[in-house]
Design a protein around this ligand. Structure first.
Ligand SMILES: Cc1cc2nc3c(=O)[nH]c(=O)nc-3n(C[C@H](O)[C@H](O)[C@H](O)COP(=O)(O)OP(=O)(O)OC[C@H]3O[C@@H](n4cnc5c(N)ncnc54)[C@H](O)[C@@H]3O)c2cc1C
Length: 441
């Protein structure tokens, strides 16, 4: 199914697309390798083993010289590679025009979408699907304890494995205001029901259009999404669902917290805007929303000149795994210097909620981004980011060490960015000087 879905959308996928399509397929025993081998025959990328046999330079061709490699490399590689499992030339070519058509009846139904509210009654659950924001807010007033469900990737687990029962469910997935994307002067506003795949696509498009200094937070969100569940989950899981689950190991909340994202909350009585900080999560899996309120949208801000941002996730396995410790980190320097003007360090996996290392951040204000600051930060984080020896999840020493090592990574990342900016300034200076000299001569 993963292969089919990918091929329907990209008949000639890249290797990266293939790897992404398989992220959510957890069981990879026995048949996995031949499936992947077969799949690679659809890509035009000529790397191991995207080629189509000997003549196209695939490195799986035993003992045959492969294009682009040195003789020595070929000998080393081919001597250890196993024989190919099949001959791809035997396969019938893919003809995308022969795909099953999209049902025309559904096309016409989509055009005049009904504004009717839907109700489904099961044995134990009433499922309400409002068609407008007004209907949603009205229902939330009528049923304040109703559970909202968008992608159901969290609530589904709660009902199936934790035996929780929600007698009334509100499904706001099709409400336009919860699915809109707005580009503003401050950043990009995502409706709370936008899927994580859509979130990623919009942020990637913004990276191409905007100067890199503005997109530091966007890049960090994309980095987290790279290791967030698999494609199947990201296609349905909503940004609002991740925030409102308030999981202490959410991968996005530390980023949103360190970035100071703005959340718009709405009820029949009106709306309010709050900045995501520690107070937003008053306890384990709790938020400050009142029972009548819903999360309408999230503003992910642009970064400013002199601000640097990064996010990190450490989990037992790279793909589709829950975090051990996850974090979002932001530093802003005083103009034209490397003196810390603002610092926000947010961690998941270190308490019952997403937290901020506030003491450490305030201790480092006014300091130069250098070795001394690093030493200070590490000793302060060791003091501030403590865990009870019996903390749920275990690995207490490892988790505490991670808070320091993730900061160290951030420290180096920022150093590297600063150095590359200085390099660029020098290159531009040399270029302009040479231009001036050549004109004078
Ligand atoms: C296999 C798997 C892998 C996962 N991997 C990760 C991972 O790597 N990182 C990670 O952080 N999470 C992960 N998750 C958790 C989950 O996918 C995310 O939290 C996801 O974003 C939840 O979105 P959803 O739309 O499915 O939420 P739902 O299950 O539909 O809802 C979740 C909660 O949000 C509330 N809610 C939703 N929308 C609103 C709204 N507009 N206003 C108020 N409340 C609202 C619901 O009432 C509910 O309490 C994973 C889950 C699974 C099953």
């Amino acid at each position: 199914m993963s292969m089919y879905a990918l091929l329907r959308n990209h008949p000639t996928p890249r290797m990266a697309d293939i790897e992404e399509a398989f992220q959510g397929n957890l069981c990879r025993c026995t048949g996995y390798r031949p499936i992947l081998e077969g799949y690679k025959t659809f890509t035009k990328e000529r790397k191991c083993c995207g080629g189509k046999g000997k003549d196209n330079g695939c490195c799986m061709t035993n003992g045959v010289k492969t294009k682009g490699n040195t003789d020595e490399e070929n000998v080393n590689r081919t001597s250890v590679l196993p024989a190919p499992l099949y001959d791809p030339d035997d396969f019938l070519p893919l003809d995308p025009t022969q795909e099953i058509i999209f049902p025309p009846e559904l096309m016409s139904l989509c055009k005049d979408q009904s504004s009717q509210q839907l109700r489904f009654r099961g044995e134990r659950v009433l499922w309400l699907q409002p068609a407008s924001l007004d209907q949603l807010l009205e229902l939330k007033t009528q049923y304040p304890n109703a559970k909202m469900v968008v992608g159901n990737t969290e609530v589904g687990i709660e009902m199936k494995f934790k035996n929780l029962l929600y007698p009334v469910i509100l499904a706001p997935a099709y409400i336009p205001e919860l699915n809109t994307i707005q580009h503003t002067d401050e950043g990009i506003v995502f409706g709370a029901s936008c899927s994580l795949t859509l979130l990623g696509d919009v942020l990637k498009a913004a990276l191409v259009k905007l100067p890199s200094y503005q997109t530091e937070v966007f890049t960090a969100v994309l980095e987290q999404l790279r290791w967030f569940a698999g494609l199947q989950i990201r296609n349905v899981a909503a940004i609002g669902g991740n925030i409102m689950t308030a999981s202490p190991i959410s991968d996005l909340n530390p980023v949103f917290m360190a970035a100071g994202c703005k959340l718009t909350l709405m009820s029949k009585g009106g709306e309010r805007v709050v900045v995501m900080d520690e107070k937003f999560f008053p306890g384990y899996r709790r938020t400050i929303l009142t029972p009548e309120e819903v999360l309408l949208c999230v503003l992910i801000p642009y970064t400013k000149k002199g601000q640097y941002f990064a996010a990190y996730k450490q989990s037992p396995r790279r793909e589709d795994d829950i975090s051990i410790v996850t974090s979002g980190m932001s530093v802003t320097f005083a103009e034209g210097s490397t003196v810390v003007k603002h610092l926000a360090l947010s961690y998941g996996g270190m308490a019952a909620t997403t937290v901020m290392a506030k003491n450490t951040a305030s201790r480092l204000l006014g300091k130069q981004w250098g070795e001394e600051l690093l030493q200070d930060a590490c000793s302060s984080l060791a003091e501030e980011m403590t865990l009870h020896p019996s903390a749920p999840g275990g690995m207490v020493t490892y988790r505490r060490t991670l808070t320091l090592s993730l900061f160290y990574k951030f420290y180096l990342t920022v150093q590297q960015k600063l150095a590359s900016e200085v390099r660029n300034i020098i290159i531009i200076f040399i270029h302009n000087t040479l231009l001036l000299v050549s004109r004078t001569v």
